[in-house]
Write a protein that binds this ligand. Structure first.
Ligand code: AMP
Ligand code: ZN
Length: 112
């Protein structure tokens, strides 16, 4: 399958791994938008938030459990932001659902 995040899961494309379990992989974003910027993905090719169903939503809860662990392991006690861009207007550029975990700077709200 021609999906860069599936290729990162399979190891065909290298990444700097931050966290891994049976359902989730997290790695450093190649173009960081904050001092801490990790991409968290399910190890299943779900295209976007618009494709979450009762059959695959256990992968999404696993993503959020992983986020809580990554935040603790990396001492993000000052807070963080989780961003999921969905579809063209949402700014999604990779068609494998992913969650940006951003931290270590004051993040503006509302986002642009
Ligand atoms: P989005 O624009 O929400 O679809 O986010 C895609 C993110 O994936 C961007 O922040 C990219 O910098 C990041 N990205 C793309 N290719 C890679 C890669 N090979 N390794 C790590 N991050 C990547
Ligand atoms: Zn994929």
């Amino acid at each position: 399958m021609d999906c860069i995040f599936c290729k990162i899961i399979s190891g065909d494309i290298p990444s700097t791994k931050v966290y891994e379990d049976d359902k989730v992989l997290a790695f450093n974003d190649i173009d960081p938008k904050a001092p801490f910027h990790v991409i968290v993905i399910p190890k299943k090719h779900i295209v976007s938030a618009a494709d979450i169903t009762s059959e695959n939503s256990h992968y999404i809860s696993a993503v959020y459990e992983a986020i809580a662990k990554i935040a603790k392991e990396n001492n993000l006690e000052n807070g963080f932001r989780v961003v999921n861009n969905c579809g063209e207007d949402g700014g999604q550029t990779v068609g494998h659902i992913h969650f940006h975990l951003l931290a270590r700077r004051n993040l503006a709200w509302p986002p642009g």
